[in-house]
Design a protein around this ligand. Structure first.
Ligand code: KIV
Length: 299
């Protein structure tokens, strides 16, 4: 297999016959991302950046670009496996990709906070089933697990948190239930839907969820929830610029989405020159508050 290893690897980089993982940013500037660190960022008004990552190299590049949180999202079903939705992703597949991402970070002394999705069917049966699935992801290298939905999930979140497993919740458009929702649509638009979302978000914070992805939710509602949930960091995707942080699917922000681009996506590749520079541009834009732009990317 042909390879083009860098002739003069930069110190700190990790050389293999098939390529060189990028060096992490200088160690003195880096502090491992942890729950206390995320809370400090939140309190200081420093926006939290998150991207999805599914393999060792992209994870290492994202870490070196300064992305604080990496989500091993079950969106890998669509972008890596070619599935029509996230419904078909198995726990074994999530473990495989979580291990890959964690190994990539270890090789470059990465410091990102790793969140892994509990896939469809891996936490629905019982709290005990959720615990077994969450333990498998934590043992694969995750620092936190994410699960979708509110109401019935509250007690599962409490059960996991009480057992030392940090949990990220996910409300609004929850892709695992796309068939029940009738498609990929904005959620929380009616007064009743917004009331339910507010109630579920509060319950999830009270149960100990330290993070909450808000997907395709009106910007005003996401901002209101962010102001209300001081200990549960809202991470928006199609939820406007008033959340504590932002997440995008890696392939979307690199312009590799072959289908129709969702309104909330921005392609950071043009003009960036490299994947790492595109990720740095994303981090910069989120921190500066220029992405997302409510007039363009939100409802
Ligand atoms: O699986 C995923 O990538 C996600 C994000 C869209 C938040 O859940």
């Amino acid at each position: 297999m042909p390879h083009t290893a860098a002739p003069h690897p930069v110190s700190g980089s990790s050389v293999t016959p098939y390529g060189t993982l990028p060096p992490a940013s200088p160690l003195p500037q880096r502090r491992p991302v942890s729950l206390p660190r995320l809370q400090q960022m939140r309190d200081a008004g420093d926006k939290i950046t998150m991207l999805t990552a599914y393999d060792a190299t992209f994870a290492a590049v994202a870490d070196a670009a300064g992305v604080e949180c990496l989500l091993i999202g079950d969106s890998l079903g669509m972008v890596c496996q070619g599935l029509p939705s996230t419904v078909g992703v198995s726990l074994e597949t999530m473990i495989y990709h979580t291990e890959s991402v964690a190994r990539g970070l270890n090789r470059v002394q990465g410091t990102a906070w790793l969140v892994a999705d509990l896939p469809f069917g891996s936490y629905h049966e019982s709290k005990e089933q959720a615990l077994r699935s969450a333990c498998a992801l934590m043992q694969a290298g995750a620092h936190m697990v994410k699960l979708e939905g509110g109401g019935w999930t509250t007690e599962t979140v409490r059960f996991l948190v009480e057992r030392g497993i940090p949990v990220c919740a996910h409300l609004g458009l929850t892709p695992q239930t796309v068939h029940a929702l009738g498609g990929y649509r904005v959620q929380g638009k009616t007064d009743q839907a917004a009331r339910t979302l507010r109630l579920q978000a509060r319950e999830l914070q009270d149960a100990g969820a330290a993070m909450l992805v808000l997907e395709m939710v009106p910007a005003a509602l996401a901002t209101e929830l962010t102001n209300e949930l001081a200990q549960c960091h809202t991470i928006g995707i199609g939820a406007g610029n008033g959340t504590a942080g932002q997440v995008l699917v890696l392939h979307d922000m690199l312009g590799m989405n072959l289908g129709k681009m969702a309104k909330f996506v921005h392609d950071f590749m043009p003009g960036a020159g490299s994947v790492r520079a595109a990720m740095q541009a994303y981090v910069y834009a989120v921190k500066a508050g220029t992405f997302p732009d409510n007039a363009v990317h939100a409802w």
